[in-house]
Design a protein around this ligand. Structure first.
Ligand code: NAG
Ligand code: NAG
Ligand code: NAG
Length: 407
């Protein structure tokens, strides 16, 4: 058999050339790292992060998820705002047994859901250290994480060499909106987040396999992330829980302060076709009470947060208390980062009666070594940490914590 001459040459050179020869050859410049590939995303768009430290691809990713831990809720879609208001008034009344009456047992749900997601990789850095999976909270959407110039977790992570993956939770923004009472519930959302983490490791998105996946949450997103550490301790390499504590005593006051309104009536141009089980905080005043601390923010950001506010469903609000809790088997690094004046998780003072971010260690991570847990309170900041002047320094602190732990 006759080899083509070029192939013979190649074959010959591979065997015969001494190592020093290859070393003397000019090395081709690696191609400048472009945006991440759009592989795995439908209707993909490519764009920079707000601060330009990362290069991003956004689009729809289909996620198959199932759970048998949703709750069969004996609730109908509310007929009007009066019914919504009365529902919360009754559930937070002294001695109320509403929560027990409406929970008819566990329910199985399964489906393939279109989730709107963004993957950002650090600009000019083809080898990120790992990826952070960011799950937003109630009242916002995926943009929470890359909200504005200087208010971007994504940019801070990119500057520290991490890629980010963030998404609209089920029912929010451009993600699918199945039944908001029986399907869009916390247990199913835990499974969606878990599936996303696993897919990031497998290389489903942008064709990049990430060896390290850090779970990051804000508020309800932290409850979801914490639940993953509890149920599936092998899935995440570390957790960054922002807007979070183990003290849920102020949740009723917080939810009433949001003054929950039917989304379609409150924001008719943004949510014209959602049914009455999708709710929003009603005004910029409720938004400030729930998420902001004066004088720690630029009023333009409160305005923007109000103009872009996201929905929450009746199914989520009646299923989230059953999700998360002591994670005895999770012994990888955890950091809790709160605004020092967080209203829902600290009743406005995270130092009273003790450091409530620090308290998460004993309550939820009893087997985690002292050196692998950290708590950080951002000065003059409320629950919507990312909207405050002190957010960037808080996010920096979290990245340094990860780096110190080899992540
Ligand atoms: C229902 O789900 C809860 C929460 O996950 C679990 O503790 C309980 O055992 C389940 N009950 C049944 C009957 O499966
Ligand atoms: C709201 O709907 C309920 C039926 O669920 C009805 O009884 C009530 O009169 C309505 N209230 C208002 C203010 O329209
Ligand atoms: C928060 O509580 C701590 C501990 O009791 C107290 O020292 C501090 O003054 C309180 N902060 C505010 C802003 O009230």
């Amino acid at each position: 058999m006759i080899l083509p001459s070029s192939l013979a040459l190649l074959a010959g050179s591979a065997v015969a050339q001494p190592a020093s020869y290859a070393a003397r050859q000019p090395q081709p410049e690696p191609p400048p790292p472009g945006p991440p590939s759009t592989k795995g995303f439908q209707k993909a768009t490519v764009h920079p992060s707000t601060g330009g430290h990362a290069s991003c691809v956004s689009g729809i990713v289909p996620v198959a998820a199932s759970t048998n831990k949703n709750i069969k809720l004996d609730i109908q879609v509310p007929a009007n705002q009066s019914d919504v208001t009365e529902f919360f008034l009754e559930s937070f009344s002294a001695g109320s047994d509403l929560a027990e009456r409406i929970a008819l047992g566990n329910a199985s749900v399964a489906g393939k859901y279109d989730i709107y997601a963004t993957l950002c990789t650090p600009m000019n850095n083809p080898k990120p250290k790992g990826i952070q999976l960011l799950t937003h909270g109630v009242g916002f959407d995926h943009t929470y994480w890359d909200f504005d110039l200087g208010y971007s977790y994504v940019d801070v992570a990119a500057e520290h060499g991490y890629a980010s993956f963030f998404y609209d939770r089920l029912g929010v923004g451009s993600s699918d909106k199945p039944d908001p009472i029986q399907v869009i519930q916390a247990p199913l959302e835990v499974e969606i987040a878990r599936t996303l983490a696993t897919s990031l490791r497998k290389g489903t998105f942008s064709g990049q396999k990430f060896g390290k996946v850090v779970g990051v949450g804000h508020s309800f997103g932290s409850i979801i992330t914490q639940a993953i550490t509890q149920l599936y301790p092998e899935i995440l390499d570390a957790a960054v829980l922002t807007g979070f504590s183990s003290d849920l005593s102020n949740q009723p006051t917080f939810l009433q302060a949001l003054n929950l309104a039917i989304a379609r009536e409150n924001q008719p141009t943004r949510f014209p076709s959602l049914n009455n089980a999708f709710l929003v905080s009603s005004t910029i005043i409720s938004n400030q009470i729930g998420f902001f601390k004066a004088n720690g923010f630029d009023p333009a950001l409160l305005r923007k947060a109000e103009d872009t506010k996201g929905t929450v469903t009746i199914g989520e609000l009646n299923s989230l208390s059953g999700v998360g809790g002591p994670a005895d088997r999770f012994t990888k690094p955890v950091i809790v980062v709160d605004g020092d004046a967080d209203y829902p998780f600290c009743t406005g003072n995270c130092s009273f009666p003790t450091n409530l971010a620090e308290a998460v260690h004993g309550k939820y991570y009893p087997n985690l070594a002292d050196g692998d847990f950290d708590a950080y309170l951002a000065p003059l900041a409320g629950h919507g940490l990312n909207f405050h002047y002190s957010a960037a320094a808080a996010f920096e602190h979290a990245q340094k914590f990860l780096a110190e732990h080899g992540l």
